[in-house]
Design a protein around this ligand. Sequence first.
Ligand code: XIL
Length: 428
Amino acid sequence: MSLVSAKLLTRRQVSKAALGMAAAAGLPKWLRAAQNAMSQSGTNTVGPDSLRAHAAAHGLLYGAAVVPELLDVDGFASGTTSDPYTRLVAEQANILVAENAMKWHRLRPTATTFDFTQADKLMRFAGLAGQRVRGHNLCWHESIPAWFKTTATKDNAKQLLVNHIQTVAGRYRGRIHSWDVVNEAVNPKDGRGDGLRKSPWMELLGPEYLEIAYTTAAQADPDAKLTYNEYGIELDTPEDSAKRAFVLMLLRRFKARGIPIHAVGIQSHLQANGPQPGAGLVAFIRETRAMGLEAYVTEMDVNTHKLQGGPELQDAAVAEVYKNYLGRVLAEPNVLAALTWGITSAHSWINQSKEPWSVRPDGARQRPLPFDDNLQPTPAFFALRNAIDTAKPLTAQPLAAPPAGKPQDLYKPFAVPGSPTTKPQGAS
Ligand code: XIL
């Protein structure tokens, strides 16, 4: 499948923008250097210069949300794929997450059936490419299938949740780096004293749904880091600060009650202008570290819908956010992974949405990710790579470059839900 549709920027427009950027006055020196490197060479971002190689060298994981439908897995397995998206994902990431393919509405066509086609495809690809996988997600107030509304009751909701988690987490047991067991459970605007969201799960089961989800996930996949994933906790605004406090309360309650929890996911959907993340988030990450938790940047992208100016200005502003944000966050030693929500702007949800938060007044496409519509690196790529190079993770691992030569099929697809015994060897 060709990635570059007629709607996307032409290669010429992109190189013109890149050259314009290099000449742009007033940009920081590091950014100008990055832009020059970018326009001079197309080969300094692969192999040992890739994000995954830099991440591995610093004991970190870099990854991205992917769309399994777009991956040429058979071609990759036989070493013959020429699909640029497939090659880019394999080249750059050492951890993947399904953008949608592991959510309820995609896995659950009916109340009694599961469709693992795309999720299995992703798992197989990750095995071939020597990549870890984040599971996203087992319980969320969104992505709930239509049948749920007419089927779920207070009497059967627990069984539905437990059965789903046992089946999904059990199927990929031993193969998932970390599961977002519950996604976005805190919403102070709903007015509850504990800050918890009035989600369908809350309505059906009360706050106990959280405990059910985490204990079931721990039994189904004891090796996965069980993660609590949240958005709107990055800034020092009163709103984000309040939400952060409720998330900490929730995590402390988990700890106090012995509910298995190993990590917190900070989604990191950021804006190029307006308030930026600061000391509050750093303090939050340190609190989670004191509780023995790991922390991951799980869904980073930078939105420019309010920023006036052309692609070069968007790129400079986006890169600046990557630099400042990851510079701050990756300096915290319990932050062990950073994932972007997509890898190219060609497939970013920001460019797919028609919501006011994503549509630019000038109608231009956004450039929120390390690669652009033509799969060329953006200044954000270099900002991200520099931030990785100065990170301070808890454990430094030896450099692991992407596997060379014909990939080995480490994950065989399996037809029945079960518990595979093999883990990827040498996954970085
Ligand atoms: C988004 C996907 O990117 C979209 O394609 C989908 O239509 C809606 O969900 N927080 C999350 C992600 O945890 O699952 C969301 O992904 C983005 C916000």
